[in-house]
Design a protein around this ligand. Structure first.
Ligand SMILES: Cc1ncc(COP(=O)(O)O)c(C=O)c1O
Length: 426
């Protein structure tokens, strides 16, 4: 007799407590953080760990410069300001991202404009960018989402043709490559988050990369109140521009430096797990792993699963099928997560154009007044969200054994899909 579904009273395939959390920690991480206490440097723009991390991250990504920051959002905001985007300027970004990408644009009183995604790669569709360009457009802000590099050549080509700056949101893509180049190295500025969940984790934190000496100089100044701080030089206490406090402390820098020594090893594990899962899911009706274009070596911040009711002959809307299957998979111990529930421009902050108030930035003196947000303009993002979730725990310290159990869970649920749908109707 076929094993009974866990949602139907059977035994879960993945035993409770089998999935370990990210990031994997070791004694070297603990020692690195504790050493900060005895270092005489708890913080500082030119503190030793800040400078070491900046050197090592620039070297890793392949840029001339890097700055440490206290979040990915801070890095993007610094980038927007450093490249000269100002009130009323428009920045084209992806409708499928975490909304902080667009918030960083709004924080500088500039106007986010969204383009829909390529449904296969879930990144911004380069073919939809040019139609969004107006006389107010200053930049393109592609997002390497879920660790998948954007198709950079056409994006860079459009930017060159129209004289636009490119800021890469690589918050989810540490070590992902496009045609061999690391994301964050091809753009005018690259921005990374180091919050707890990210491939390179510092608990919180961020990184900023560029080859442009003017951008790094200006961003550095904005990172600390708009002041210029020189090593071994008396502080002037004079702000040259409106800056913020976007510096991280040395505990974070120490932790990230320690994690960086294992970034490639950890990414290799994520890739190994992803390759295995994708191969196995191809033979399990109802599910598929992510498509990988030839140009990309993703770093699998999230492992994305597609739900395909038609493969099981189930005549239900894909969202309904996905929700029913997720419940059955969760009962088996196969945790699936929905990362975004709608395109970013469908969120209330855009629908109601809530910025600094009094119409800013949309109708402030420099805004065109013409940018509005219509949720129906992003059908591919909606369709992607309906049909996809990410699979939890596809990273070390979890091991291949867990991936094998996951595959068993998918197979069991697929073989009992009719019963899963029946149960979902109550
Ligand atoms: C795509 C994307 N952009 C920006 C951010 C913002 O990063 P942080 O949370 O470090 O500010 C995140 C973080 O979750 C993200 O996933």
């Amino acid at each position: 007799m076929a094993p009974k579904l866990a949602i139907d009273g059977g035994t879960p395939v993945v035993a409770p407590g089998s999935v370990r959390s990210w990031p994997p920690l070791n004694q070297a991480d603990r020692d690195a953080v504790l050493a900060v206490f005895d270092s005489d440097h708890l913080h500082g723009t030119h503190a030793p760990r800040a400078l070491e991390l900046e050197t090592k991250w620039a070297e890793y990504i392949g840029t001339k410069y890097a700055l440490v920051t206290n979040s990915g959002t801070a890095s993007i905001h610094m980038a927007v300001a450093a490249v000269g985007i100002g009130p009323g300027d428009e920045v084209i970004t992806s409708a499928f991202t975490y909304w902080s990408t667009a918030a960083a644009v709004l924080h500088h009183n500039a106007i986010p404009v969204f383009a829909d995604i390529d449904p296969k790669t879930f990144t911004i569709d380069p073919a939809l960018i040019e139609e969004r360009i107006t006389e107010h457009t200053k930049a393109i802000l592609p997002v390497h989402i879920h660790g998948m590099p954007c198709d950079m050549d056409p994006i860079l080509e459009i930017a060159r043709k129209h004289g636009l700056v490119v800021i890469g949101d690589a918050c989810q893509a540490h070590g992902a490559t496009y045609k061999g180049a690391k994301v964050g190295s091809m753009e005018d500025v690259g921005c990374f988050s180091c919050n707890r969940s990210k491939n390179l984790s510092g608990g919180e934190g961020g990184l900023f990369t560029t080859n442009n000496a003017d951008y790094v100089k200006y961003a550095d100044m904005l990172r600390q109140f708009g002041e210029v701080l020189m090593p071994n030089t008396k502080r002037e206490y004079n702000a040259y521009a409106l800056g913020w406090m976007y510096r991280p402390h040395e505990f974070v820098n120490a932790f990230i430096l320690s994690q960086l020594t294992r970034l490639d090893e950890n990414n290799a594990k994520r890739r190994e797990f992803a390759a295995y899962l994708t191969k196995e899911l191809a033979d399990i009706p109802g599910f598929a792993g992510p498509y990988t274009p030839d140009y990309a070596d993703p770093c699998y911040f999230s492992y994305v699963v597609e739900f395909k009711p038609e493969e099981l002959g189930i005549d239900a809307p894909v969202r309904e099928f996905r929700v029913a299957m997720e419940a059955a998979l969760a009962a088996e111990g196969v945790g699936m997560g929905q990362w975004q529930s709608m395109p970013v421009p469908a969120q209330d902050v855009f629908k109601d154009r809530v910025g600094y108030g009094k119409g800013c930035p949309w109708t402030c003196p420099f805004g065109s007044g013409e940018v509005r947000y219509d949720a129906s303009e992003y059908p591919k993002t909606w369709a992607f969200i309906d049909a996809h979730s990410y699979l939890a725990g596809v990273y070390p310290p979890n091991e291949m054994g867990l991936m094998e159990r996951y595959v068993e869970g998918f197979r069991k649920v697929s073989e009992n899909a009719g019963r899963v749908m029946e149960l979902s109707k109550g």
